[in-house]
Design a protein around this ligand. Structure first.
Ligand SMILES: O=C(O)C1=C[C@@H](OP(=O)(O)O)[C@@H](O)[C@H](O)C1
Ligand SMILES: C=C(OP(=O)(O)O)C(=O)O
Length: 438
């Protein structure tokens, strides 16, 4: 058995200081994918050396791409062009990463070889029909295991048909999968979004010289073009920064600055929601880096109040809800979330996992089919389960700041998937977490 890491979080403390959290996970995945499919050498800086992005990197090595690094966030990718990937000699292991599996499925759909995509226990439970269905509509032969779960077997050798696809859910992974298969189709592939989702694929494809159009809620591209190598600077991940934003927002006397954070408008739901709750949050030094807006985010303690979270913010804050639920537990009054059923199919069922953990800490949290109702109040200590989910683990780690007893976070091993130096930065800011290895 591989080792399990638990966290023991001491109650109380304040958070103060300036840190730069690691690179954006979504952008890191795409830098490897598009750099591999481009013609020429792509240099990446600020790459996230977390297990998810490394799974993507390994998959492209397994398909014959020469990639140097990562070393101190630098990666050099010797692109092979859209048609230069080679058949891998074994199944491609996506680990814990939904983004890797769903985006890779779109890319493999355009190859002239077959490949199998596998994942860990958590990924193997996640729904894949959301990508299998549109790929089949494009004429691609894809097989999933029972219930539309991984592994996925994709047969190459068929040119995908360009389609217009109306997504049943607001998902950047599904949008990206269809657009990436569309790179290989004859004609125009069109994706309709029910609500705006993160647009890193569109921005980065343009950065590689590929034309992607957006008209209203339709994103489209024409297959048969090429990607030209470029330089990529990955901003810090707002999803990782969120844990420290919430930490400062809930803890009296706190003052934290997070530098170089990506503030793409499709990712800033957490800033909007925290401000609605009364957080004291300012953006400084706003600038653009490699096609993505970034800023330094300063957050100082101010008392939070419960709110009804506007549904249009849900896709813009989708990975931030575990941390936001901790903010809600520390706010005055009731916070209500609706329209967020997607949270039930992430690395864990994040609504249930958070409700269960909050109950253990004595917080009144009522899960609903598509959200949760949380009543702010006192929080005690206790042992909470993460269901192997990195964001549940980090959310309960910051809860310690307001808890009256120690919190044991049972199984924080997967924190390495998105935020490998979480403990070091958390301790630097004043959150007292110790690792316990079993
Ligand atoms: O495209 C991406 O990089 C991601 C999209 C989101 O998933 P959905 O597309 O399932 O909403 C998000 O939760 C995930 O962490 C990363
Ligand atoms: C949902 C997430 O990632 P993925 O879907 O790539 O596993 C996440 O990081 O919160």
């Amino acid at each position: 058995m591989s080792q399990t890491i638990n966290y023991v979080v001491q109650p109380g403390g304040t958070v103060r200081g300036t840190v730069r959290v690691p690179g954006d996970k979504s952008i890191s995945h795409r830098s490897i994918m598009f750099g591999s499919l481009a013609e020429g050498v792509t240099e990446v800086e600020g790459f996230l050396e977390g297990a998810d992005a490394l799974a993507t990197l390994q998959a492209f090595r397994d398909m014959g791409v020469s990639i140097e690094g990562p070393k101190d966030g630098k990666v050099t990718i010797h692109g092979v062009g859209l048609h230069g990937l080679r058949k891998p000699s074994k199944a491609l292991d996506m680990g814990n990463s939904g983004t890797s599996m769903r985006l890779l499925a779109g890319i493999i759909a355009g190859q002239n070889f077959d490949a199998e995509l596998i994942g860990d226990v958590s990924l193997s439970k996640r729904p894949m029909n959301r990508v299998v269905n549109p790929l089949r509509e494009m004429g691609v032969e894809v097989e999933a295991a029972e219930g539309g779960r991984p592994p996925l077997k994709i047969n190459g050798g068929v040119t995908p048909t360009a389609i217009e696809y109306e997504m049943p859910m607001a998902s950047a992974q599904v949008k990206s999968c269809v657009l990436l298969a569309g790179l290989y189709a004859n004609g125009e592939t069109r994706v309709l979004e029910p609500a705006p989702t993160r647009d890193h694929t569109e921005r980065m494809l343009r950065g590689f010289g590929y034309s992607v159009k957006r008209e209203g809620d339709v994103i489209s591209l024409v297959g048969g073009g090429k990607l030209t190598a470029t330089k990529i600077e990955v901003p810090s991940d707002i999803s990782s920064a969120t844990f420290f934003m919430v930490a400062a927002a809930i803890t009296p006397d706190s003052d934290v600055t997070l530098t170089h954070v990506g503030i793409n408008p499709t990712r800033v739901g957490v800033i909007n929601i925290l401000r609605l709750m009364g957080a004291n949050l300012t953006l400084d030094n706003e600038r653009e880096v490699g096609g993505e807006p970034v800023a330094d985010i300063r957050i100082q303690y101010a008392p939070l109040k419960g709110i009804t979270i506007p549904e249009d913010q849900v896709p813009l804050a989708i990975d931030e809800f575990p941390a936001l639920f901790i903010a809600a537990a520390c706010a005055e009054g009731v916070t209500t979330l609706t329209g967020a059923e997607e949270l039930r199919v992430k690395e864990s069922d994040r609504i249930q996992a958070m409700a269960d953990g909050l109950h253990i800490l004595g917080v009144d949290a009522q899960p609903t089919p598509d959200g949760i109702v949380i009543k702010g109040g006192e929080m005690g200590g206790g042992a909470v389960e993460t269901h192997h989910d990195h964001r549940i683990a980090m959310a309960f780690s910051i809860a310690g700041l307001r808890a009256t007893g120690a919190i044991t976070v049972q199984d924080a091993t997967n924190v390495r998937t998105s935020f490998p130096n979480f403990i070091q930065l958390a301790n630097k800011l004043g959150i007292r977490i110790e690792e316990q290895i079993s």
